[in-house]
Every structure is written in C-alpha cells, then in structure tokens.
Design a protein around this ligand. Structure first.
Ligand SMILES: [Zn+2]
Ligand SMILES: [Zn+2]
Length: 223
C-alpha cells in the first residue's frame, strides 16, 4: 500500500528513457548498455570470468576481477543523474542488476565486503554506494556482508592525479577492522574501477591480514 502511494506521488522512472518501470534502469535500457569482455586485471588477457592469470598472480593482488558494464555513456549518465535524485535507491537497482549478472562462480564460502568511504564523506552522502551494491548481492546470494575495511585517511580525487601521485595518495589509505582474517575468502565490492589503484591497495591490506582469496566485483570499469 505504502509502496503504491509512493509510486503514485513519486514515480520511479528509468533515468535514461524516463519510462516508468519502478526501476531507475529499465530492462530495455539495461540491454543496450555496453558490456565488458572479462579479462585479467593485471595483463588484460581475456578470461571468461575475470580470473587473474597464473603468470600474474602473487600473494598481494586480487585473484579475480569481474565487472559487467563498460564505464561509458549510458552508465555514466545514470551515475551522474543519480547524484541529483534518490541515489541510494539508484544504487540498489544497479546492485540487483550486478547480482543478476554474476557468472557461474563457486562463491559459497566467500564473505562480502565493500571499499569504504572516509568518515567525513560517508557523513556527507549518508551511505556508501559500494556497500549498497554489496547488500544487494548479499540479499540475492545469501553471502554474509561484513565491514572488514576502514579508510584511514581522506584521499584526494584520483582522476586529478598522476599515476605516481595516485599510488602515494592511496598508500596506507585502508586498514582492516579485525586483528586477522586468516583463511578468509573475500568478495570485495567497488562501484567503478578506473585505474584499479584503490582496489589493489585494499586487496594488499586484506591479504596482508591473512585473507586467502580476494575477488573484486564492480559495477563497471573502463579497463
Ligand atoms: Zn529505460
Ligand atoms: Zn594476467
């Protein structure tokens, strides 16, 4: 009842075509969004589900990277428009799309966690979009969600920095919230992966704390 009233007074429409489908991204527009070919995060060699190849893998980098969408026009438009509307709900819708797109992977003993925001940014926005995505995946996969990381310093916006400055910017940016993560298998959720610097930095910290596996799941990437 309440949902119906909400839909009458505040109809949810697709942010791309304005059709009312009770989803900020309708099925029709979703089908038109460009999809990525999955590849090794390090060397970009094609891989069906984004597994890091055996020549690239080492003790500090992710074991896999999966992101269904290319970070280009359609999805960029949605993210930009999300900032002007009910953005937490937009990320919920996108999270269910991400969950529905997951390929066959044996994830039964994995724990979900998200790239954290700095406290001040979290307060300003009211939610962490990566955590919203992770919660949607948790709902659909029954995998447990846990906050395993915190952000220790306020980092500058990455895209304005050179590669060297980016790495410096993210040095010691994350820490684990538990004393050890021995043997844990982790699905680390990020919203958009561009340079990969923050996911690599967070993975290093998780593995240094004992995590056995870390697979990155993101909505989109321009890699
Ligand atoms: Zn649409
Ligand atoms: Zn590789």
């Amino acid at each position: 009842m309440f949902e119906t009233l909400l839909q009458i007074f505040f109809p949810i429409t697709c942010l791309l075509c304005k059709n009312s489908e009770r989803n900020y991204l309708c099925d029709h527009c979703d089908r038109k969004l460009p999809r990525r070919e999955q590849a090794c995060l390090i060397c970009q060699r094609k891989s069906a589900i984004g597994t890091t190849c055996f020549t690239c893998i080492n003790a500090t980098i992710p074991d896999g990277f999966y992101a269904p969408y290319t970070y280009r026009s359609g999805l960029k438009t949605i993210i930009n428009r999300a900032k002007r509307s009910d953005s937490e709900r937009v990320f919920e819708n996108l999270g269910s799309r991400l969950a529905a797109s997951l390929p066959e992977m044996n994830l039964t003993d994995y724990v979900l966690t998200a790239i954290p925001l700095h406290k001040s940014k979290y307060r300003a926005r009211g939610f962490n979009q990566s955590e919203v995505l992770a919660n949607q995946i948790s709902l659909r996969t029954n995998l447990r969600y846990e906050r395993l990381l915190s952000r220790t310093k306020k980092t500058q916006e990455q895209k304005k920095l050179s590669l060297k400055a980016r790495n410096e910017n993210l040095k010691d940016a994350f820490k684990v919230t538990k004393s050890n993560l021995n043997g844990l298998k982790i699905l680390l959720i990020d919203d958009i992966v561009t340079t990969g610097a923050s996911t690599l930095s967070a993975t290093r910290v998780l593995k240094a704390a004992g995590a056995k596996k870390v697979i990155i799941l993101a909505l989109a990437s321009d890699r």
